[in-house]
Design a protein around this ligand. Structure first.
Ligand code: ADP
Length: 437
């Protein structure tokens, strides 16, 4: 990056607890004018990356808390070596976690690691993302018009969320004292928010849950966080961060941050999310487009499901009138429960993820170059199978979901379960076809 003729490197270093979460954050930063590269895991090389913001995407949301902490600290060390001066820990806007973590333990470890830097003694936690219906008021998380624990998230296969009071949820996960920056302060603007931070610090609070119900709140919160070394939250709270760097003269005014190279070739859609939004998207696609269902029980019996799915997709994209197909494991919460009862939660998830990853790998060998993937864990598995190491982030398809191009030149759209409108799959494919150069 060049600002006023002076060469600078990445300024903002982010760590995301899953792949689609990382992409969602990167999308927000690109929209704010930061050229952003997302890496899949901690890069092994210290090579400098040409970007204004870096996002290290981990797969640490549901692993053992000690492993999540170790991976996060490794990511932090790499980002510090890249020269980043502010750090962001990104988790889901529905605060996906269990009482054992991993949000609380990771925040504790990051604060411990950064405590000697100016502004490193305190941070905020704000999952609000109003554009996607996630708002926080008096510490309670709403999804649309209902509280978190009535939103469908109480049925999540891996991180069921049954308590909407995030001060309480986070306090159960951490030894740090949790406080609340109420809406009353947030609505008054950055000075009032900074005063609230100071008051909470005096009370011994290390992490302040922050209310936010609109983008305006998030911009003000972002501005108030300019001097904090660590910020934690959903991607919404990143809205206000690019302007901080612009004000500080560390970032050129927004230009072509979303520009991507063009890639030709067939496309497929892979869905391994069982969320409401993905169920609706699968139903909308199946009205008039070809699809193949993955049955986890058939996988468990050793049936040749992967080969059948690959043959089905190949038949469609290699024919006289090439057509992308959807391959999906998506089903209702009731059916997921039946399968989980039969196979166990972890085994059911693993079988589906491994099958979709194997399908992606085989289809890539057969020439598929564009992938739309639904599901956070699923995206992680697919990206790993394709050997993708980093992604340059392009224009937004739906809130939180940008088009991307991998360093190996494969365009991808990676969507966490609950994101996107019902016609997301079709529009994502159009987007990947039309990726601008
Ligand atoms: P989301 O982004 O909606 O949370 P994920 O891919 O992160 O989606 O998680 C969904 C989990 O549910 C994955 O582990 C996936 O393998 C599993 N899963 C998907 N479909 C089924 C199914 N039909 N039965 C059981 N588990 C499933």
């Amino acid at each position: 990056m060049t600002v006023s003729g002076k060469q600078t490197g990445p300024v903002l270093g982010c760590i995301a607890d899953d792949f689609t979460g990382g992409t969602d954050l990167a999308n927000m930063l690109v929209r704010g004018g930061m050229r952003t590269v997302q890496t899949i895991g901690v890069p092994r090389t210290p090579d400098a990356i040409d970007a204004d913001a870096l996002v290290v995407a981990l797969k640490s949301r549901t692993i053992d808390a000690r492993d999540a902490v170790a991976q996060t600290l490794a990511a932090l060390a790499w980002l510090r070596a890249q020269g980043c001066r502010q750090f962001f820990f990104k988790y889901c806007s529905t605060f996906d976690s269990t009482d054992a973590g991993n949000i609380g333990p990771v925040i504790d470890a990051l604060l411990d690691a950064l405590k000697d830097l100016p502004g490193g003694d305190f941070t905020i936690a704000c999952p609000a993302f109003p554009e996607n219906g996630r708002t926080v008021y008096r510490g309670h998380l709403f999804v649309g018009d209902v509280l978190l624990n009535e939103s469908g998230m109480q049925n999540h296969p891996l991180t069921p969320m049954t308590d909407p009071n995030l001060v309480r949820v986070l306090q159960r996960q951490t030894r740090s004292k949790i406080g609340l920056v109420r809406f009353d302060a947030v609505a008054q603007g950055p000075d009032a928010i900074r005063s609230a931070f100071d008051a909470l610090r005096d009370e011994g609070v290390r992490v302040a849950l922050a209310d936010a119900v609109s983008d305006a709140d998030l911009y003000m919160l972002g501005e108030a966080c300019a001097e904090l070394t660590l910020i934690t939250g959903g991607s919404g709270v990143a809205l206000g961060l690019p302007a901080n760097f612009q004000r500080a003269g560390l970032l050129a005014p927004a230009g072509h941050a979303s520009r991507l190279p063009r890639v030709e070739g067939p496309a497929v859609v892979l869905a391994g999310s069982a969320s409401r939004a993905t169920n609706a998207q699968v139903a909308a696609w199946r009205v008039d487009k070809p699809s193949f269902r993955i049955d986890p029980l058939a996988l468990a019996c050793g049936e040749a499901v992967v080969g059948q799915a690959v043959a089905f997709a190949h038949g469609h994209f290699s024919g006289a009138q090439p057509q992308p197909v959807l391959i999906y494991a998506t089903t209702t919460p009731e059916e997921v429960q039946v399968v989980q009862h039969e196979l166990g939660v972890a085994q059911a998830g693993r079988l589906v993820e491994q099958a979709l990853a194997a399908i992606a790998r085989e289809l890539r060998t057969l020439g598929v170059r564009k992938f739309v993937v639904a599901g956070g864990e699923t995206s992680g598995a697919v990206v790993q199978a394709l050997g993708v190491q980093s992604l340059r982030i392009g224009a937004q398809i739906d809130p939180g979901v940008p088009a991307t191009v991998s360093t190996g030149d494969k365009p991808l759209a990676l969507k966490s379960g609950n994101f996107g409108a019902v016609d997301f799959f079709s529009r994502a494919l159009e987007h990947l076809d039309g990726v601008v150069s």
